[in-house]
Design a protein around this ligand. Structure first.
Ligand code: 5GP
Ligand code: ZN
Length: 115
């Protein structure tokens, strides 16, 4: 999608601080971190949100994102202290970028319930 920020990161047209890449997914540091570890994990394929995941191929990509998140948490050294994986879906969840992504948050004590 031409006007999608995350698609432009996938295409290398907008720079990002990459922490992982393979043929179908990408992970990079959030530009406005809200925790000491704040990594975004995205599919290279433009899927607008979790509510659009309706086939086996996309479900497999979600599984890959989860595995990549655990790997990234390991590389960040927070597997022992813990981490949170969040997907904001839609308006009430505060989704701002309409390209499916997970936030990996860690490195401090995270509040629950979220605001
Ligand atoms: P959402 O509210 O959609 O779940 O979160 C979108 C996230 O993307 C926000 O945390 C925001 O800081 C991050 N973000 C928005 N634009 C960019 C960008 O151009 N580069 C990076 N690295 N992060 C971005
Ligand atoms: Zn996109």
């Amino acid at each position: 999608m031409q006007d999608c920020i995350f698609c432009q990161i996938v295409q290398g047209r907008i720079p990002a601080d990459l922490v992982y890449e393979d043929e179908s997914i990408l992970a990079f540091k959030d530009i406005r971190p809200v925790a000491p570890v704040h990594i975004l994990l995205i599919t290279k394929k433009h899927i607008p949100s979790l509510s659009d995941v309706d086939n086996d191929e996309d479900a497999r990509l979600i599984g890959k994102l989860h595995r990549a998140a655990v790997s990234a948490a390991g590389r960040a050294g927070v597997l022992g202290s813990g981490f949170r994986l969040v997907a904001n879906c839609g308006k009430d969840a505060g989704q701002l970028v309409d390209h499916l992504h997970y936030h990996l948050l860690a490195g401090r004590s995270l509040q629950w319930p979220p605001g």
